[in-house]
Design a binder for this molecule. Structure first.
Ligand SMILES: Cc1cc2nc3c(=O)[nH]c(=O)nc-3n(C[C@H](O)[C@H](O)[C@H](O)COP(=O)(O)OP(=O)(O)OC[C@H]3O[C@@H](n4cnc5c(N)ncnc54)[C@H](O)[C@@H]3O)c2cc1C
Length: 237
């Protein structure tokens, strides 16, 4: 039962036992950027064996699937012999190594709501190698515009804090503002309030912050159609 993928108008329900490879088709057709990200998780062996449920339950701050799932508004269903409960995925991660999972509970499924028409979503993984490398950081972005203005923004990162975490100060800096380069430049400084990333052997804290700010700019540029050069680079990288 844990290996089922169910698709409806409302979204995708992915059983906790579904491997990355098995989830690829459904996720990449609903959220193309998620597909490109899955292609960067481990290598073929890891993608064929590793599950999205395990990636979440593990609670790592550098797991690749939580940031995009949080941005997409995913919910998690946990089950025990006493029944099941559902919570927003972002609330599952309490602190480093501590998740909201009670004794006897296991992750049963993840529900990913459909992306409403007109909303833009992208996820970018930064690692030293293309394959078989854990993220130094991973940014996921989702934006909804009302004309030229930002109606809603959800941004989440891995590798920037002790848990996968929303950039709520950056989101607030974007909300209601014009979707233009000036707004992006102003909002970039808000990352300093949202995150104080550590330095480890994957990256320095300063590199992580700078890369996060640049990913916001990349998301903006791609949203305005300036994608050719970036995409070409991504395909080569
Ligand atoms: C070579 C290699 C490369 C990797 N590359 C990446 C990468 O690029 N990106 C990335 O994010 N991760 C990477 N990983 C880490 C890992 O393989 C993945 O996160 C994978 O998704 C884990 O899934 P799993 O099913 O193997 O979980 P497991 O490793 O079997 O489980 C992880 C933890 O979660 C628990 N668990 C598993 N399923 C459930 C459940 N349904 N309910 C409750 N608890 C559960 C287990 O008991 C365990 O404590 C890599 C690992 C290796 C070995």
């Amino acid at each position: 039962e844990l290996q089922r993928i169910e698709s409806s108008k409302a979204g995708l329900t992915i059983g906790a036992g579904v491997s990355y490879s098995a989830a690829y088709e459904a996720l990449s057709s609903a959220y193309p950027s998620f597909g490109r990200l899955l292609d960067r998780v481990g290598g073929d062996q890891v993608r064929n064996m590793g599950t999205i449920g395990g990636n979440i339950a593990n609670g790592s701050p550098i797991g690749d699937s939580p940031p995009p799932l949080i941005v997409l508004g995913a919910t998690l269903t946990l089950r025990s012999h006493g029944g099941s409960r559902t919570l927003p995925l972002e609330d599952f991660f309490i602190a480093y190594g501590k998740q909201d999972r009670r004794p006897g509970e296991f992750v049963e499924s993840i529900f990913v709501p459909a992306l409403p028409a007109g909303e833009r979503f992208a996820a970018y993984k930064i690692s030293k190698r293309r394959d078989e490398d854990i993220s130094a950081l991973l940014g996921a972005f989702r934006i909804s515009l009302d004309g030229d203005r930002v109606k809603a923004a959800r941004i989440a990162f891995g590798g920037m804090a002790a848990t996968p975490k929303r950039a709520k100060v950056v989101e607030a800096a974007l909300l209601g503002a014009l979707w233009n380069e000036g707004t992006i430049r102003d909002a970039q400084s808000a990352f300093d309030t949202d995150y104080q990333p550590i330095t480890d052997w994957r990256a320095t804290g300063a590199y992580r912050l700078l890369a996060a700010k640049n990913l916001l700019m990349r998301f903006f540029l791609e949203s305005t159609g300036e994608t050719a050069q970036l995409r070409r680079f991504e395909e080569v990288a």
